[in-house]
Design a protein around this ligand. Sequence first.
Ligand code: ATP
Ligand code: MG
Length: 264
Amino acid sequence: MLTLWIPASHPRRESLLIREKLVDGFKRGLVVPEGLIAHGRGECFDYLIGESTQPFAIRAIEAAVAALLLAKHPVISVNGNTAALVPRDIVELAREVNAKIEVNLFHRTREREEAIAKWLKEHGAVEVLGVGEDASATIPELFSERRRVSPRGILVADVVLVPLEDGDRTEALRKMGKTVIAIDLNPLSRTARAATITIVDNVVRSLPLMVVKAREMKNLDKSRLEEILRNYNNNSTLQEALKYMLSRLKELSESKLTLFWEEK
Ligand code: ATP
Ligand code: MG
């Protein structure tokens, strides 16, 4: 239950509602305190791109959907923040592209795995991998609980969507030869730089858009999907994201910023 009342005209309304969802997720045992801090890092970059989905993100979304539709074993990896923010969109995207859903946590506990799986099932998921004994396989080069994955999910996946992933794990998945799709507002993070396709956008905007795109694109020929994927360049995406931030900051730095009429 969300409790915060925010006037419709409040300039940070959307952002405050997202925070409230995370706090709610925290109270439900889905989100850890570290997740709340990670969100703050993302919010900062969202400010810089004007809190809206930019063309470089749309191109990455199209490439990502093409990769998911072409995949033999696509998997959507879900952590606490993603589950708290976009549970229904995860389920819908999985349905559209025929992907498995796997709980994959940086701070793994049995309680949290189960809470997230239950939450996703309440939002329509039929099967959720990576819970308890199911997470019995390991990703090489990673230590402790972070390396556990499902032998029916991430271990055998050819394409993995990792909204809000950590850099080490993204690198490890790439080294295993997987196509990794990341959603990360920070184009400079290791995740953003190590992924095959990086969607530099807020997960609350990009996942719903992926569902819409998947519905449109699943009627395309295989050769057209392959062409979209071939023409995609992740380095250009990251450069464009940075250039966009730069030009926006330049424009802002040359305009009037103060809010009060007394100030000149
Ligand atoms: P990396 O490990 O990839 O180098 P990091 O250590 O800087 O990244 P982490 O704390 O591991 O950051 O992960 C948080 C990442 O998730 C940040 O890069 C942040 O931009 C991103 N992030 C947080 N919330 C969102 C969100 N709602 N949508 C998209 N990205 C987000
Ligand atoms: Mg990190």
